[in-house]
Design a binder for this molecule. Sequence first.
Ligand SMILES: Nc1ncnc2c1ncn2[C@@H]1O[C@H](COP(=O)(O)OP(=O)(O)OP(=O)(O)O)[C@@H](O)[C@H]1O
Ligand SMILES: [Mg+2]
Length: 308
Amino acid sequence: MKTLVAIGECMVEVAPAGADSYSLGYAGDTFNAAWASRVLLPASHAVRYVTAVGTDWVSDEMVAFMAQAGLDVSAVRRDPVRSVGLYAVRLVEGERSFAYWRSNSAATSLADDPSALALSLQGADIVLFSGITLAILSEAARETLFTALVEARRNGTRIAFDPNHRPRLWPSDTAARDTLTAFCRIVDCVLPSFSDEAALFGDASPSATAARFAELGVSEIVVKNGPDPALCVVDGVSKWIPARPVEHVLDTTGAGDAFNGAYLAGRLEGLDALAAVARGHQVAAVSVQTRGALIPTGSRLAHFIEAC
Ligand SMILES: Nc1ncnc2c1ncn2[C@@H]1O[C@H](COP(=O)(O)OP(=O)(O)OP(=O)(O)O)[C@@H](O)[C@H]1O
Ligand SMILES: [Mg+2]
């Protein structure tokens, strides 16, 4: 049995369900990836989600949803004061826009207890965290996470990181650049999207993005680029892997996260990086053809996988 651990924030999603109605769901970048890994991996492998939620019924329902999906929720921390963050989706003529209520959410306390955090990473084969995980944490909490990741890595865990830059979560571009770069120095695998990296670092091409991460010592680099080929660089060897062509793109929310979940599930199961990228593209293609941030399960997933 192998174990994948994802660390970050899951929010309540309020999305249009009809003319005048909304439905509640749950999403967040690392959670979406953990969900995809859980859906794809056999039950013999564990997928643990590390976060913090409140003690109210909304938090209880969120944790129940995770457990129902088969995720290991034993390391979900309960914050006695704060509750989970929330975002609302608006659809106007096919265009989605988002409004967030997430500042000071319970998840901002996910690294407040150093020994609990270290314990939550124990036995992990792969740990995934993201730039959003870092953006919501205080300086002190980031240091705790940094220490825990370094220690896990020393014990043989592979550390994977999606910088997922979201400008509004950072006080300045300089702060984002400094923090994301510092964490890149302690990871084995980065899974960035070229558009995020070009916006923050001014990279001229995916090759420039990959070169920057290689310079920081990252040995496994996958630069996603929407419908364009992903660039995979492992131990200095570069390959471009085309995305799956999709005729009707319905909703690209969470496509990068679905890619990450599928990629890491593939790596956990022993696929090489190139085969795992192909798996990532396939599952991300399903994500862009379905609404919401979580990939479908069961026969719906099988239907889409067959079709692309
Ligand atoms: N139009 C598309 N057609 C086919 N595949 C797509 C398309 N857009 C995205 N993808 C798939 O999704 C993957 C991730 O895309 P992208 O780089 O846009 O992610 P992202 O910006 O990280 O998304 P997010 O952070 O919102 O989840 C791509 O590598 C590709 O496999
Ligand atoms: Mg992304």
